[in-house]
Design a protein. Structure first.
Length: 91
């Protein structure tokens, strides 16, 4: 549907906690780049890089980022969003 409507897609990759086992973790991490290549979309390897797992950048629930955490997430995503804008301008 996105392609039919000329939407530029940015796929944000995720990672999971390591306690689910190495095999599961490895296979999970492979999903995002495979989908990105198959669908020819812009891929962010891990948009929570330097935020996930850092207690100083997450709220007390350990999941949701603090304002500073979100600032870093935006910085992580910005180059990919800029790439999407550049692709859009070329069309």
């Amino acid at each position: 549907m996105f392609k039919e409507n000329n939407v530029i897609v940015v796929l944000g990759g995720m990672q999971i906690v390591q306690n689910l086992g190495a095999d599961y973790t490895t296979e999970f991490e492979k999903i995002y780049p495979v989908v990105a290549r198959a669908e020819d979309v812009i891929y962010i390897p891990f948009f929570l890089s330097n935020v996930a797992g850092d207690p100083a950048l997450n709220q007390s629930d350990g999941i949701h980022p603090t304002p500073e955490g979100y600032r870093l997430i935006v910085e992580n995503m910005l180059p990919y969003v800029e790439a999407a804008i550049a692709v859009r301008r070329q069309k």
